[in-house]
Design a protein around this ligand. Structure first.
Ligand code: GUN
Length: 299
């Protein structure tokens, strides 16, 4: 039976280090890390995410600056807000919650954020730094960065000789995840909807990352004996056994089957999920440290 990787506990460790790092930065350089979170519109899921990001920032001792804009905000007004935040010395991290309303060009908005404040790691400069292995000065997107930390806790930092398969090729998870695994010396394959025989490919993986957003698509017999399985999916599915109209969260991996073969596996919920916000805090602290000419704490 596989070891269950406790993302909640590891995220708490990260947040504790971030709190301590923020206190040191304030004591030694007089700088308080500042995180601006911008949300446009009323999407309930986004509201929940944004509220928890702002709350965690306060808990870390940061200056938390939330901007909640109406659904009909113009692109020009949003760009003007970002320009103001770019110029604001109290702000070290800027996050614009996605998705944005359809009348706003998300790509344009993201590329307007100053790369040195882009704590989501979505700006081309940060994507390029990750792709070229400039990890010391890049911002890495929070979900793959958090997934990597979970893998390191099981396998160590150097993954030489291991084969990794990432299922999913999104810009937010799949591609940056593959780059991180490559930087750690894995042999990496990215699988996606057009890949032939994903099951057979997945079975070759010492490290298997599922990031497709389809409930329990990765079956137990896709998992090699002893593999480390990281499940990035968060899917809400009907749960009639809990009562009428009830639902539950499942990952992209059929957990009960996969844990029979895996060496270690992340649960859903309580695996990758809690790591995402923790890494956002870590990125914001890193940005504030860099702005003060200091080395960010090691996680
Ligand atoms: N929406 C869902 N995930 C994310 C994320 O990681 N960053 C931002 N900005 N928006 C999101």
């Amino acid at each position: 039976m596989a070891e269950k990787i406790d993302g909640k506990q590891i995220a708490e460790d990260v947040v504790a280090k971030v709190k301590a790092g923020a206190a040191d930065l304030l004591a030694e350089s007089g700088v308080t890390p500042g995180l601006a979170v911008v949300i446009v519109g009323e999407d309930p899921a986004s509201q929940v995410y944004v509220a928890s990001k702002s709350k965690k920032a306060k808990e870390c001792g940061f200056f938390s600056d939330q901007h909640t804009l109406p659904e009909d905000t113009s692109e020009a007004d949003l760009l003007a807000l970002i320009a103001k935040l770019n110029a604001n010395k109290r702000i070290h991290g800027i996050l614009v919650q996605l998705p944005l309303p359809a009348h706003i060009d998300s790509g344009k908005v993201i590329q307007t954020i100053a790369p040195e404040k882009d704590v989501d790691g979505f700006h081309f400069i940060n994507v390029g730094k990750l792709g070229t292995g400039e990890l010391d000065t890049a911002f890495v997107p929070c979900t793959p960065a958090g997934s990597m930390l979970l893998i390191e806790r099981v396998r160590g930092k150097d993954l030489s000789g291991l084969s990794a398969v990432v299922i999913g090729r999104s810009n937010i998870v799949g591609k940056p995840m593959a780059n991180l695994l490559l930087a750690a010396n894995c042999t990496v394959t990215i699988a996606h909807s057009r890949t032939r025989d994903i099951a057979a490919l997945a079975r070759t993986a010492d490290i298997l990352v599922a990031a497709v957003g389809r409930p329990e698509i990765v079956k137990g017999d896709w998992v090699k004996h002893g593999a480390t399985v990281v499940d990035v999916g968060i899917n809400r599915v009907p749960a009639p056994e809990k009562g009428e109209g009830k639902s539950r969260l499942v990952g992209d991996v059929a957990y009960e089957e996969a844990e029979q073969n895996a060496g270690a596996i992340t649960p859903v919920p309580g695996g990758v999920g809690p790591m995402t916000i923790a890494m956002l805090m870590a990125n914001t602290l890193a940005s504030a440290c860099r702005s003060a000419g200091r080395e960010p704490p090691k996680l």
